[in-house]
Design a protein around this ligand. Structure first.
Ligand code: HEC
Ligand code: HEC
Ligand code: HEC
Ligand code: HEC
Ligand code: HEC
Ligand code: HEC
Ligand code: HEC
Ligand code: HEC
Ligand code: HEC
Ligand code: HEC
Length: 308
């Protein structure tokens, strides 16, 4: 009965070319959907999308089943006509994005999501989120987070099994501690971050310093690559065969890739100040362990050469 009235209203609205608004009678209300879709109804009260639906203070266009699946009158009138309802399985990734962002634009950042490598790579919300079959009811993920990411990023699993690694495969850290799968804001610091959807800690710093707070700075004397190129210049953030997740087996070879003019080893780099000629003797093992002396390699408040 409710359906018939609504269908009549729908035809009338079209005939008079009335503008569509929130109360448009094409919407029938979630209660009707639940009558037929009992399998979906089961457990939906634990879905985060249930609360606003149950509160009953929003028009059906903005909450519940029809908030996502669109107006349902024609679908119901057709006895469950699947061509008259939005089915996500048949939607293009960009259409899924439009649908979900009609409500989640503010919390996720609309432009940021659209520019993210996932969106531009045709990966949509429903590749990662399962609205009705989620095992993790919180953020409605289709699988446990790392397993979800590994379904597409297979090669990353091996990186987290290297001898030195962040403990993601052990479950004590998540990909999303460092990445924002919805895209990261434009970085003002450590541009390497925004390229790979690296999450930002408070204050627009790269995610790393949210945990490694002693590396946050700002320091009176900054070591340029830490701040400009970012942590991944010297560290393999997932895992490494080298201690401290360093990208090179011997730290000094890494230093020398930039400081190739230091005292008698290699040629001068034009953009690095003239080193103390004769002081460093790279042939001597004593000088190879650069960080024994330059121990504040991430920045210092008291020494421009990072020795204390
Ligand atoms: C937040 C958006 C959203 C809400 C709210 C929502 N759905 Fe869905 N629905 C989806 C998506 C996305 C799919 C595609 C399968 C998936 O990702 O789980 C789907 C699939 C379905 C299916 C197809 C069967 C299946 O499991 O694939 C039915 C039927 C359905 N929804 C009915 C409902 C009903 C009834 C309600 C209200 C109780 C509802 N949906 C609320 C997004 C939503
Ligand atoms: C009169 C019973 C009835 C009502 C009421 C009803 N549906 Fe359906 N719905 C069906 C039937 C029957 C199907 C086809 C079932 C199938 O193919 O599995 C269907 C299919 C669907 C599908 C597509 C499922 C798929 O396999 O992709 C969605 C989505 C859906 N309904 C959502 C809704 C929503 C949202 C509402 C409320 C606005 C609603 N339904 C109300 C009977 C109903
Ligand atoms: C009609 C508005 C609406 C639409 C459309 C909608 N959502 Fe939601 N969503 C909400 C509300 C309201 C909540 C609960 C409050 C909150 O956490 O923001 C929610 C919660 C969520 C959560 C859980 C957030 C948390 O903190 O645990 C996820 C994940 C989510 N939605 C994903 C989606 C996806 C994916 C789609 C598209 C298939 C979608 N939503 C479409 C309104 C909507
Ligand atoms: C590549 C996988 C992936 C894609 C694509 C994705 N999400 Fe998420 N989403 C996650 C993961 C993982 C979390 C939990 C960690 C977090 O908060 O970032 C999450 C959390 C959320 C949350 C709750 C926390 C928050 O950040 O507000 C919402 C809402 C959400 N996603 C909605 C969406 C919507 C809408 C889309 C499509 C525009 C989408 N997601 C696309 C993986 C994804
Ligand atoms: C359904 C497949 C799929 C899933 C699931 C998925 N991704 Fe992706 N991811 C992609 C694609 C496709 C790209 C774009 C690749 C490209 O452009 O080279 C991408 C890009 C990325 C990038 C950026 C690489 C770059 O070049 O900017 C990161 C970081 C990333 N994904 C992390 C994650 C994380 C973390 C998760 C889990 C929360 C996840 N992905 C889940 C398919 C997926
Ligand atoms: C400790 C922080 C951290 C964690 C945890 C982390 N990542 Fe990353 N990831 C990064 C950083 C930083 C980069 C950028 C590296 C660069 O700029 O060279 C990156 C780059 C990537 C890339 C693009 C480059 C590539 O190697 O192809 C992908 C894809 C990726 N991560 C996926 C994942 C997945 C999947 C997980 C979880 C299983 C994960 N990451 C967990 C910090 C992290
Ligand atoms: C969520 C917190 C968290 C974030 C974010 C994080 N780390 Fe870590 N990091 C840790 C923990 C915990 C350890 C200790 C690992 C272990 O042994 O389990 C660690 C270890 C390390 C180590 C090795 C330390 C040692 O003494 O051997 C380095 C280097 C490192 N992280 C760099 C980074 C970089 C670079 C980033 C950003 C790309 C980052 N971390 C992001 C928590 C974090
Ligand atoms: C210029 C190269 C370089 C950059 C850039 C760099 N590090 Fe390091 N980092 C090192 C070296 C070398 C060590 C080893 C120091 C040692 O063995 O005493 C190290 C050690 C570490 C350690 C373990 C030892 C400790 O001091 O706690 C952590 C954690 C760490 N770095 C985090 C970071 C973070 C976070 C960033 C970005 C904010 C970063 N690093 C950027 C070179 C770098
Ligand atoms: C990615 C390039 C890069 C790497 C790798 C690198 N540095 Fe630097 N370093 C720089 C730049 C650029 C400066 C700033 C020079 C300037 O101020 O003109 C600098 C400054 C310094 C200074 C201060 C010198 C001065 O005159 O201001 C010391 C000491 C130093 N680095 C030591 C090291 C050590 C030790 C390592 C290895 C653990 C290392 N650096 C790795 C690029 C790098
Ligand atoms: C035994 C301690 C020690 C070791 C080991 C050491 N340094 Fe130094 N380094 C110094 C001291 C002391 C100075 C300042 C010399 C002076 O002012 O005359 C210096 C200066 C520098 C400078 C700045 C030069 C300038 O004039 O601006 C750079 C760059 C540098 N070291 C890089 C390195 C690199 C790279 C390594 C490893 C290959 C290394 N150091 C190993 C003690 C050391």
């Amino acid at each position: 009965m409710r359906g018939c009235l609504a269908v009549f209203g729908l035809l009338l609205a079209h005939a008079l070319a009335l503008p569509c608004h929130a109360q448009t009678p094409e919407f029938i209300g979630s209660g009707v959907c639940l009558d037929c879709h009992t399998d979906i109804a089961q457990g939906f009260n634990r879905n985060p999308h249930f609360e606003s639906m149950a509160a009953g203070n929003l028009p059906p266009a903005e909450t519940g089943c029809e908030g996502c699946h669109g107006p349902g009158v024609a679908h119901v009138a057709g006895g469950g006509d699947v061509t008259k309802i939005i089915r996500f399985a048949g939607l293009a990734p960009s259409a899924v994005l439009d649908r979900c962002l009609s409500c989640h634009a503010d919390d996720l950042g609309k432009m940021r999501v659209r520019r993210s490598s996932h969106s531009t790579g045709e990966i949509s919300c429903v590749s990662c989120h399962s609205i009705h079959q989620s095992k993790e009811i919180g953020p409605l993920l289709a699988k446990r987070e790392a397993d979800l990411c590994y379904t597409c990023h297979i090669e990353v699993r091996a990186q987290f099994n290297l001898p030195f690694k962040h403990r993601v495969n052990e479950g004590s850290m998540k990909c999303s501690d460092c990445h924002n799968p919805h895209g990261a804001p434009e970085a003002t610091w450590a541009s390497a971050g925004s390229r790979n959807m690296v999450r930002h800690a408070a204050g627009n710093d790269i995610a790393c310093v949210g945990c490694h707070t002693d590396k946050r700075g700002p320091f009176v004397y900054e070591h340029a690559p830490v701040r400009v190129e970012g942590c991944a210049t010297c560290h393999n953030p997932h895992g490494s065969t080298n201690p401290r997740l360093l990208s090179r087996p011997a730290a000094f070879t890494m230093c020398l890739e930039c400081h190739n003019g230091v005292a008698g080893f290699g040629t001068m780099a034009t953009d690095i100040p003239n080193p103390t000629v004769g002081f460093h003797n790279i042939a001597s093992p004593q000088f190879q362990n650069c960080v024994v002396c330059h121990s504040r390699i991430h920045g210092s408040n008291s020494d421009r050469l990072f020795r204390r």
